[in-house]
Design a binder for this molecule. Structure first.
Ligand code: UT7
Length: 329
């Protein structure tokens, strides 16, 4: 039995902040941000928490399938910016949604969080442990950005999305294959210095601005280009798929240059690569569900299409997932 995506939706907060907004605050330019990253604007929610961003997607997914909140068995939230350290955002979302029969948990896979969660959710379906699994990915990156650090704050945005996983009727559709990787040596180059049990919050940690994203961009860039391209190519090869067989590469949206390198390695033309980094920036665990949802909304993906999802992020964590789309358009 294979798990299929039976519904998908996304949501971003209303507030839009373009590159020019940063020009008045920092020593940066629209030209630098656009040419180095591909980002033109991003959404920030300076009020509310992650579950306020995710709740509309969860509700839309239920509506698409004509289900009630009590029909959900399991909720998995991929994020590194949950409403609180505890309880989980899955529990908070369960209450807000009224999903009284669901259990669930958060999963901290950073930019690869959604792929980790998708594969985990699929395993519950395949094993029969759950019939309807709600998998959400999203981040409120504005809550951990140092708006005085031009090397990081221009890169990220807030947003997320949700998919519903159910058992498919035909094993040639759904989540067909995955490659998930991790290398803890990446911690040195991308992390949040304080706020966890290693360095709990103190007046000093706040004054030193240690509760924000720390990134050595060039190191991460080099590993990301290789990591994302390798697993995307490998999943094609081992499933005997050629570039012509693939309808869409759906990459994590951290940097247009990383996306281009991945597509080139796969031999995919530009028009088969889902790109929305220009409008949302890097929403961490939110990028891939937002991309899938937009493809679906715009009717650019049809039943039977092969999609390769791929990501690279903090940990390091990275991976690729092969999906054969099963929703009729
Ligand atoms: O999703 C999580 C995984 N993260 C990633 O995949 C991110 C990977 N890394 C990257 O995308 C890129 O490394 C960045 C976009 C973060 C940076 O681009 P880069 O081409 O690697 O630039 P750089 O870090 O080498 O910086 C080049 C110059 C530096 O100035 P100097 O030292 O050459 O004088 C930076 O200080 O650009 C400067 N710079 C900026 N200038 C204007 C850095 N940020 C900015 C800025 N505006 N916002």
């Amino acid at each position: 039995m294979k798990a299929v995506i039976s519904a998908v939706a996304h949501h971003v907060p209303e507030g839009v902040y373009d590159n020019v907004w940063f020009e008045s605050k920092l020593d940066t330019t629209d030209e630098w941000i656009t040419s180095r990253t591909g980002i033109k604007e991003r959404h920030f929610a300076f009020e509310g928490g992650l579950t306020d961003i995710l709740l509309p997607s969860a509700q839309k997914v239920l509506k698409q399938r004509g289900l009630k909140p009590e029909d959900i068995d399991i909720i998995i939230v991929a994020t590194i910016t949950g409403d609180r350290v505890f309880p989980s955002s899955a529990a908070i979302l369960q209450r807000k949604l009224g999903a009284i029969n669901a259990w669930g948990f958060d999963l901290a896979g950073a930019c690869s969080g959604f792929l980790y969660a998708l594969v985990t959710g699929a395993k519950f379906i395949e094993s029969g442990a759950g019939k309807r699994v709600l998998v959400l990915g999203g981040d409120k990156m504005s809550s951990i950005l140092n708006f005085e650090d031009r090397t990081t704050c221009v890169l990220f945005g807030d947003g997320g999305g949700a998919v519903l996983l159910e058992a498919g009727e035909d094993d040639s559709y759904g989540i067909l294959d995955h490659i998930l990787r991790m290398d803890g040596k990446g911690e040195a180059y991308l992390h949040q210095p304080a706020g966890g049990s290693l360095k709990p919050p103190t007046v000093e940690s706040v004054l030193n601005r240690e509760h924000y994203v720390y990134q050595e961009g060039q190191f991460v860039f080099k590993s990301a280009v290789k990591g994302m391209a390798d697993v995307s190519f490998e999943i094609m090869e081992r499933n005997n798929l050629k570039a012509d067989d693939i309808a869409w590469l759906v990459p994590h949206q951290a940097n247009l240059r990383i996306i281009d390198a991945t597509a080139a390695r796969m031999g995919l033309p530009h028009d088969k690569v889902m790109i929305n980094i220009d409008r949302y920036g890097n929403t961490t665990a939110g990028t891939i569900p937002i991309c899938i949802s937009e493809l679906h909304e715009m009717k650019k993906v049809k039943k039977g299409d092969y999609l390769v999802l791929s990501s690279f992020g903090a940990g390091y964590t990275w991976g690729s997932v092969l999906i054969r789309w099963s929703i009729d358009t």
